[in-house]
Design a protein around this ligand. Sequence first.
Ligand SMILES: *[C@@H]1O[C@H](CO)[C@@H](O)[C@H](O)[C@H]1NC(C)=O
Length: 193
Amino acid sequence: MAPESSLMSLWVCVTLCLSHSRSVPIACRFNGHQVESSLELLKTTGGSFPVGCLEEKVAIPFPASAFRSAGVSEVSDVFAMVLNETFSSVTAVFADGDAPPQWRPSLLEDFHNRVFRLSDDFSPCATTVRGLRGDVKSGFLDRAQLVKTYFDKMEAVLREKKYSFCAWEIVRQETVRTLEFILEHNADSLLWP
Ligand SMILES: *[C@@H]1O[C@H](CO)[C@@H](O)[C@H](O)[C@H]1NC(C)=O
């Protein structure tokens, strides 16, 4: 074998072997740029939290532990799945009733489509989820429950306040916080192509 071609096979192996050692196929990662642009859209849709809504504010405890590293080897798979739960919940909550007329509809629609696409792109990864070890799986289920409870509370606020402007602003603020938290703490689990 010519030295160049053995060098080439070595290189091919290095590339393949490295990509095989990842526990999840690359397609099962969320695109960080998409998360960033979703966040920007959601922020500009309504601007800063209205002073007139401060009195109506409801404390919804943010489930930070759902997004924290647990130090297990499958942690990236778990994060990807927790993010899937999160983006699915965001899509659902923003489809729940009419958004306030004060928001810029085109930006909101763009935001909604982007977040929907994030979770939709993840749908071929279901086999990865099923392949999780028992303890890793239960770790994921605990985190998913925290995320679900958090978004259930947001939906309850919307219902109780009859989908008022301030109720939607509370939901928007919580969702901005969620996306910011993910970008700040889980950037390593995202893909940055
Ligand atoms: C992503 O989350 C949604 C909502 O819980 C779920 O229905 C779907 O199966 C999840 N997708 C994967 C691949 O786990």
